[in-house]
Design a protein around this ligand. Structure first.
Ligand SMILES: [Zn+2]
Length: 267
């Protein structure tokens, strides 16, 4: 889908941005089968669904804080917090095997937006900014229930930061969700991301003010309330977000016979 002279987006999950037939940003998912050739392959972060471009011939970029995305072990640590021998619970192993990349100076501007991962960056071209997973589509947020951010608090700061960037560019593109290029609509979506995270924060506070709960219990309760069926993988992954939330809140961890529980301080 052509959005302007020299700017093309191939819809997918992630949506892949191509600028001037030279730069390919976030090649992954089904788009990685398209046989795209380019001079530069850029990845916003090291999650398995964004780094297929690093397997291609060309100059490759991955933010240095996410270099652990180059190995199976590092990628699993970013997604699940640990690695192990292969187990079918690792459903996000979209790429198997280690990747070799040489990092050069990338001629596009990068801006750090940590939170989703430690090294997440966005790419600023002349007219278009590619936001990667810093901003998620509304349906994506709802489907995940707990959107997949390693550090919720850093993510909230990054969302404020990208709001300003979007205002300064003609077009903006996100990785997962509809192809919105209009700045005003993108700012609305950024606001929705912020509100969504803040509402989850309120929800978790209200749950643990009723009674102490483990991170997994919180995940299961909220998923069920929203009509989702928790799976081993979703509980494993969603509890990462909840732990980041809890540890940044005024919450206190303590141990009972059957787990690590969280309560509000002073309650
Ligand atoms: Zn991601």
């Amino acid at each position: 889908m052509k959005i302007a002279q020299g700017i093309e987006v191939i819809p997918g999950s992630p949506n892949t941005l191509i600028v001037d037939d030279t730069f390919v940003v976030d090649l992954g998912g089904k788009n990685s089968e398209l046989g795209i050739k380019a001079e530069y392959f850029l990845a916003t972060h090291g999650h398995a669904d964004h780094i297929a471009g690093l397997l291609k011939d060309g100059k490759k970029f991955l933010p240095k804080e996410d270099l652990w995305g180059l190995t199976d072990i590092g990628r699993r640590m970013m997604v699940y917090g640990f690695s192990s021998r292969y187990n079918e619970i690792f459903t996000y192993d979209l790429i198997r095997g280690d990747i070799i990349t040489e990092l050069g100076n990338s001629p596009v501007e990068t801006l750090r937006t940590p939170g989703h991962t430690p090294g997440h960056v966005i790419f600023l071209f002349d007219k278009v900014v590619y936001l990667g997973d810093t901003v998620l589509g509304e349906k994506v947020l709802e489907n995940f229930v707990f959107p997949f951010h390693a550090d919720v608090w850093a993510e909230l700061e990054s969302l404020e930061k990208v709001k300003e960037v979007v205002k300064s560019k003609e077009y903006s593109v996100i990785a997962h969700g509809p192809i919105i290029t209009n700045s005003r609509k993108m700012i609305e979506l950024i606001e929705k991301n912020i509100t969504y995270l803040r509402n989850l924060e309120k929800k978790v506070i209200s749950l643990i003010s009723d009674k102490p709960l483990t991170a997994e219990q919180i995940v299961i309760k909220v998923m069920q309330e929203r009509g989702r069926i928790p799976t081993s993988t979703s509980v494993l992954m969603n509890s990462i977000f909840v732990k980041s939330l809890l540890s940044g809140l005024n919450a206190e961890a303590f141990i009972l016979d059957d787990g690590l529980y969280w309560k509000l301080k002073g309650s």
